[in-house]
Design a protein around this ligand. Structure first.
Ligand code: GUN
Length: 295
């Protein structure tokens, strides 16, 4: 069997068009565009590249965006002050602090300081709690992107066995909460594998839908995949490659070249989940702007 390659870029483009329509309507009614402020601390090249992608996407759909760049030496107090200012600025609808942060800054304290109504990353404990309770206000963009991709590709998760490898707060945990819920694109039987799992292969081989979000390049080989499974690769790692001009290539958690012969459908890296993450961030920014005009 050779798997169908899921085109995340094409699905993301459709979501962009949808969001652009919503932004246009918002702008016409309110006389201003939804606005996102991103805070980027330090000089991690991958983070800079992700943030560039977010800025470009905002521009394309008509979201006004600003990136506040800060040196890695910024103190936690200074960062909290910036967030407080943004929380109190009615012109800012969405706030995103790019992760990871330098070690001297406590990520949880920073996330907790963001106004939950502007938390377009869906990481604030209030939003994480609402998600688990099935009362979603903001869910993180990557899990939303995975769910939307499955829906758009006609993958029926209702009653399906979904195995997620990875339990991060940005992907594995919130994706588990999303897929467990009743309703379209969910209602799955979800198993989560992590570093404490005794034998990951035993779990993954039972998956109708296997979602790799461990952050280890090539962690999922063909022997870990049930024939005919749908495989979604959330991993994006930079692996040294001297044959490329930039000196690296992007690699997922799945050994694509061999899993493509076992799965029925698979997302590539790049061009799979990545573009969907950005699209769903745009959806969240529009959502935040709409919340801001409700009383
Ligand atoms: N770092 C990698 N992905 C993300 C994301 O979705 N949000 C934030 N804030 N940081 C990230």
């Amino acid at each position: 069997m050779t798997a169908r390659i899921i085109d995340g870029k094409a699905v993301a483009a459709r979501v962009h068009d949808e969001v652009a329509g919503g932004i246009d309507e918002f702008q016409k009614i309110n006389g201003y565009a939804p606005r996102l402020t991103v805070i980027l601390v330090g000089d991690d090249p991958a983070s800079h590249s992700y943030v560039k992608g977010k800025e470009r996407a905002c521009e394309k759909v008509g979201i006004s965006s600003e990136t506040i760049l800060k040196d890695a030496s910024i103190s936690q107090a200074e960062l909290l002050e910036i967030i407080e200012r943004l929380n109190n600025d009615p012109k800012v609808h969405g706030i995103l602090v790019q992760l990871p942060l330098p070690k001297h800054i406590d990520e949880d304290t920073i996330i907790l300081s963001i106004d939950p109504m502007k938390d377009v990353d869906g990481l604030h404990p209030e939003n994480a709690g609402l998600l688990v309770l099935g009362q979603t206000r903001f869910a993180p963009a990557t899990p939303l992107g995975v769910q939307r991709l499955l829906i758009e590709e006609g993958v029926d998760t209702n009653g399906a066995k979904v195995v997620i490898v990875g339990r991060s707060k940005l992907v594995g945990m919130p994706l588990t909460a999303l897929l467990l819920q009743k309703g379209i694109g969910a209602n799955a039987t979800v198993t989560v594998c992590h570093t404490g799992t005794k034998d990951i292969g035993i779990e993954t081989r039972q998956a109708d839908v296997l979602i790799a979000a461990a952050g280890y390049p090539g962690a999922i080989g063909a022997d870990m995949v049930k024939p005919g499974a749908v495989v979604v690769d959330v991993g994006v790692s930079r692996v040294e490659d001297s044959t490329r001009n930039r000196g690296y290539r992007l690699t997922g958690d799945v050994q694509f070249a061999e899993v493509v012969d076992v799965a029925s459908a698979i997302t590539p890296v790049p061009g799979g989940v990545g573009p969907m993450t950005i699209s769903m961030l745009l959806v969240n920014v529009l959502r935040a702007a709409k919340f801001s005009i409700q009383d």
